[in-house]
Design a protein around this ligand. Structure first.
Ligand code: PHE
Length: 343
C-alpha cells in the first residue's frame, strides 16, 4: 500500500467498507464483512500496520483517522445486525399465520428439592399420628444446643459435634442438631405432647460422600406418662414402612448421646440392599434415639417423676438417598440442575 497516499487510501477503504456493509443482507454476509474489514488481515489492518513506516509528521493524523474508522465500522456492523434481525421479526409478525393472541412462551419451571418433598411427606405421616410440626432457630445459643441437653462445658461429647461459632465468647453457634428444639418445645408446651422438628443443621467436619457441612434432620419428641422404648421402636418402624412402602430391617445399637438414657443408634437396611452399590449396599446409620434423660426433662421444666419421653433425630438426607438410590450427599447442596430436575 502506498505509504505516501494514506489520505486517499483511507477514503477508498471507507467507501468500500460502507458499501459492503450496506449490501450485507444476512448473518453470513455480516460475518464475511467482519473478517474482511475488522479482521487481522484486511485493507484496514494493513493500513494500521503501515503507520510506523509513515513520516513522523503524518503518523498521528493517519492513526487517529484509521482507528476512528475501525470504531465506526464495528458500530455499523452492530447496527446492521440489529436492523436485519428486526426486519426478520417484522416479517414474521406480518405473516399470515402470526397470532398475537397466543400466550408468550413459558419460562422454565423448577421442581421441589427432593429434601423438601420427603420433608413434607414425613410431616404428613407424623401429622396423621398426632404430632405437631415445630420450628426452631438455626443460629442457636450454646445453652440450647449443648448445655441444657446435658453436655456440660468442656465435655468431650461436644467434640462429636464440632460447630461453626458466631461469636468470640462461645455463646452463639450454628446448631449442630435439631435437638435444641426439644428444650424449647418442653418450655412452651405442656405435657403430654408429640412433636417433630424438621430443619437444617450444620457441622464443621470433613466433607465426603456421606458427610456435608449442612444437612437436614427431623427431631422427634414424645412426652407423656409411661412412655417406654417399645413406643419408640414401634413408632420408627411404622414411619419407615410408610416412607419406603415396604418392611425395612431395623437394628438398634447402644449409642451415646448425653441427652438420652438409654441411647441408641438406629440402622436400617433396604430389602434389596445387597443389589445396590456404594453407601446403600448394607446397613445405613439412620437415626439417633433414646429415652429423654431426666436432666433434660428438668431443663425443659418437665417433672421426671411423673413424665418420661422418647426422642429421635433422623437424617433426612439419608432418607432421601435411600429412597431414590442417591449415593453422594454432596448433590443436595450443589445446586446442579442436572441433578435437581430429575425429581
Ligand atoms: N441429636 C442427635 C444427633 O444429631 C441425634 C439424636 C436425637 C439422638 C435425639 C438421640 C435423641 O446426632
Amino acid at each position: 500500500m502506498a505509504e505516501t497516499s494514506n489520505g486517499s487510501n483511507l477514503a477508498e477503504i471507507t467507501a468500500a467498507a460502507m458499501a459492503a456493509l450496506e449490501a450485507a443482507d444476512g448473518e453470513a454476509a455480516l460475518q464475511a464483512f467482519e473478517r474482511t474489514w475488522l479482521g487481522k488481515q484486511g485493507p484496514l489492518a494493513e493500513l494500521l500496520a503501515s503507520i510506523p513506516r509513515l513520516p513522523a509528521a503524518d503518523r498521528p493524523r493517519v492513526g487517529k483517522a484509521a482507528n476512528q474508522l475501525k470504531r465506526e465500522l464495528a458500530e455499523g456492523l452492530d447496527a446492521r445486525r440489529s436492523a436485519i434481525a428486526e426486519a426478520a421479526l417484522r416479517q414474521a409478525r406480518s405473516a399470515d399465520d402470526y397470532d398475537a393472541s397466543l400466550p408468550a412462551p413459558r419460562s422454565p419451571r423448577g421442581s421441589l428439592h427432593p429434601i423438601t418433598r420427603i420433608r413434607r411427606e414425613v410431616e404428613d405421616i407424623f401429622g396423621s399420628m398426632g404430632y405437631r410440626v415445630l420450628d426452631g432457630p438455626e443460629v442457636e445459643l450454646d445453652h440450647y444446643n449443648f448445655e441444657a441437653l446435658n453436655f456440660p462445658a468442656n465435655h468431650p461429647a461436644r467434640d462429636l459435634q464440632d460447630t461453626f461459632w458466631c461469636d468470640n465468647e462461645g455463646h452463639v453457634l450454628l446448631r449442630t442438631h435439631t435437638s435444641p428444639v426439644q428444650i424449647r418445645a418442653m418450655q412452651r408446651l405442656k405435657p403430654p405432647f408429640r412433636a417433630i422438628v424438621p430443619g437444617r443443621v450444620f457441622r464443621n467436619e470433613a466433607v465426603d460422600a456421606k458427610h456435608e457441612h449442612t444437612f437436614h434432620q427431623v427431631e422427634g419428641l414424645v412426652i407423656d406418662e409411661g412412655i417406654h422404648v417399645g413406643h419408640l421402636i414401634g413408632t420408627l418402624k411404622g414411619v419407615l414402612r410408610e416412607i419406603f412402602a415396604s418392611e425395612i430391617d431395623i437394628r438398634l445399637r447402644p449409642g451415646y448421646f448425653p441427652f438420652v438414657e438409654p441411647g441408641f443408634e438406629v440402622d436400617i437396611r433396604l430389602p434389596d440392599a445387597g443389589s445396590r452399590g456404594g453407601v446403600l449396599a448394607d446397613w445405613v446409620e439412620f437415626c439417633g434415639a433414646g429415652m429423654v434423660h431426666p436432666n433434660v426433662l428438668r431443663a425443659g421444666g418437665v417433672d421426671p417423676e411423673r413424665y418420661s419421653g422418647f426422642a429421635f433425630g433422623m437424617g433426612l438426607d439419608r432418607m432421601v438417598m435411600l429412597r431414590y438410590g442417591i449415593d453422594d450427599i454432596r448433590h443436595f447442596m450443589a445446586g446442579d440442575l442436572r441433578f435437581l430436575t430429575q425429581f
